[in-house]
Design a protein around this ligand. Sequence first.
Ligand code: ADP
Length: 385
Amino acid sequence: MKTINDLNNKINGYEQRAVEHTVNVDQLNQLIAQLKLAEEKSARLAAIVETSDDAIISKNLNSIITSWNNSAQRIFGYTAEEMIGQSILKLIPDDRIQEEPHILKRLKSGERVDHFETKRLTKDKKLIDVSLSISPIKDTKGNIIGLSKIARDITDKKQEEQRKNDFIALVSHELKTPLTSIKSYVQMMLTKTKKDADPFGVNLMSRAEVQVKKMTDMIHDFLSLSRLEAGKILYTKSSFKLLALMDEVVNEMQMLSPDHHIEFHRFDEAVTVYGDRDKIGQVMLNLLSNAVKYSPASSTVTVGGESIGKNIKIYVKDQGVGISPVDQKRLFERFYRVQNEQIKNISGFGIGLYLVAEILREHQSDIVVNSALHEGATFYFVLQT
Ligand code: ADP
């Protein structure tokens, strides 16, 4: 649809020509009808913008604010008069100033920014949690001439999440102590049954040990999640031999999942990476336990490392249920679980892959998935050596 300005200009020209009797009156009437429609549409949009509960702000490519609705005033405290013509940077806390060029770059390359959770500053210098959705404003030729931003105040939601996190942290912490005791009793019993050559006892105690280990890993993930959310995850980085760590993880996984065949493609044992050894181990364990969990018994899970220039790519491949392209996009979100018939009875909390992505982000790496539904999945990431 043409802009109201375009239409007005055209109508002015036609009116002049009408006076000079060089234009058809029908054409002029058609244009006036189009103008009426455009004005109605614009009025409807303006009403939506003004009554929205979210702040709706537009700005040009130099980050100068060009419009500011009622909710923007309610949420940030500034009036339209105070903000139009000002830089959007006024709302961004000092430690997040780099977000603006980053967002601009993403939008210029055609990406949308949806539900980006961050913090912003109000007029009275209060930090609030907001979720931002930003899209480009284009002219009739498709050039990006500005950005429109919808900001939702999510401070209450964040506080609710905080309460939930505190609860998860508390419960996980309380569960850890009795579980550690159970683990040592089971191990003592296992040693005894082995010594007594009691195969029934050994069988039962080995199974109990596996279940205790699974529960410990789950609690470990919960504790990591709540620490991560509270910004309290501590990374202790050092140089370590990658193959030795992978050996430990693969052995542990094979012990936990005797029904699967884990094939380990070994690589040079001298390969050293710099990072948090325990957390990288947690990443591998999560990927391996998913590979086992989402693939049928007696199938093969392949894990290995492969040099790419100076770096090493670590991969975990399974022959399981696979993941659709739609789910692949959301897999690394917190609490996200795929909903389908095939896996509805497999339990989990949807935090493993979120932790994997967060831990790798701290190691300047990304987790990547290659998969198709019913065709297994391969997860990989690259570490600097
Ligand atoms: P959880 O397994 O506890 O649900 P994750 O965060 O580890 O949580 O995984 C999120 C979702 O991703 C899972 O619910 C599952 O649907 C899917 N998924 C993860 N790994 C695989 C895999 N190897 N094959 C198929 N689906 C997977």
